[in-house]
Design a protein around this ligand. Sequence first.
Ligand code: PEP
Ligand code: MN
Length: 366
Amino acid sequence: MERRLDIVPVGEWGIFPEGKPLMIAGPCSAESEVQIMETARRIKSLGINVFRAGIWKPRTHPNTFEGVGTVGLKWMQRVKNELGMKICTEVASEKHIFDCLKFGVDMVWIGARTTANPFLVQELAEALRDMDIPVLVKNPVSPDIDLWIGALERLNQAGIKKLGVIHRGFSTSGKIRYRNSPEWQLAVELRSRCPELPFFCDPSHIAGDRKYLQEISQRSLDLGLDGLMIESHCDPSCALSDASQQLTPEDLGTLMKNLAVRNPDSDSPEYKENIDRLREQIDAIDDQILSDIAMRMRISREIGEYKKRNNIAIIQASRWDAVLEKVTARGAEYGLSEHFISVIFNAIHDASVQVQNEILSGTAEK
Ligand code: PEP
Ligand code: MN
C-alpha cells in the first residue's frame, strides 16, 4: 500500500543547490577545529555545499572515541559562517537537538541505531516539533521497511514536513563484500511506497571500504535515488572513526566526475513513443503470466482434490525436485539465472501446496 506522507519538496528546503545528485559530504566525526575547517574548505571547492560531521558517535564498544560533543558544533558553526556551507549532524536525544539549534545547525539526521527504536524516535519527533528543520532518517539496522516508514510517520505526525531518507545498508550475519548489506530491493520498495520522499544513499556505511564507493554510488543513481551522503576526511589515515571508508575530498571529486547521472524521465517524443510501446508489450506479457499462473493453480487444485479422494499426502519431494531441476535447466537455456528461477518456482509451489492443504483439511473456499 502506498503511504501518504505530507512532504515539502527538497527544492524548497533552502539547503541544496540546484542540480543532481544532491550532495552531502564531510568526515564521519568532527575531531578538531583544524580537521573540520581543512576538510570543509576542500569539499566546498568541489562545489558541494552541505557539510556533515558526527558530533556524538554511537559506537559498538565503550571506551572508543564517542565524538567530541558540543564543542564540535562551534567548529561546524565556523564552517557555516566562514564558508557559507549548510551544516548537518546526527541527533539521538532531545539535548542533541537543542544544542544543534543553539549553534545554527541547518539539518539533522537520525542514525540507523536510533531509527530502530520507536520510543526514541517519538521523543525526537516531539523535540523537533515546530522547529522547521529538515530531518533525514537513516534506515534501521535491521531490514525492516515498516520500522523505517513508522519512524517517518512519527516525525511527519509531529509536523515535520521537510523529511528525507538515507539508505545506509543493513546489518547481516552473512559474509558479504560490504560492511552492510544494500538490500536494494528495499530501497526500491520504499521509493515506490513513498515516492515524494527525497532519497539519499550513504555508500560509505554500505561499503565499509573506500574502494567500493564508486560502484555503490553509481548503483544508487541508476536506481533513481536523489543524492549521496559520503564520508570525506582531510587525512583518512588518521581518522578516529571509520578510517577505511573515508576518502580525501580530492578523491571524492574524482568519484563525482566518474558518476553517470541519469535523468528521472524525458520529454522527448521519440523516447516517449518507444518507451510506451515497450511498456505495452510488458503489460501484455504480465497479463499472460497472470492468466497462466491462474490456470496452473486451477490444475493444482484439481490435483489436490484427486489426492484427497485417494488419500495421498500433498508433498512428494522427489516430484518437486524433478520439476525444479527441469525448469532450472530450461531457464538456463533462456539465459535466466538459477536463483531467479528458484525464487519464482518456489513461490508458485508454496502457493500450490497451500491450496492443496486447504483442500485436504476442508478449509478451501469453493
Ligand atoms: C554516520 O553517519 O556517521 C553513522 C554513524 O551512520 P549510521 O547511523 O548509518 O551507522
Ligand atoms: Mn561513520
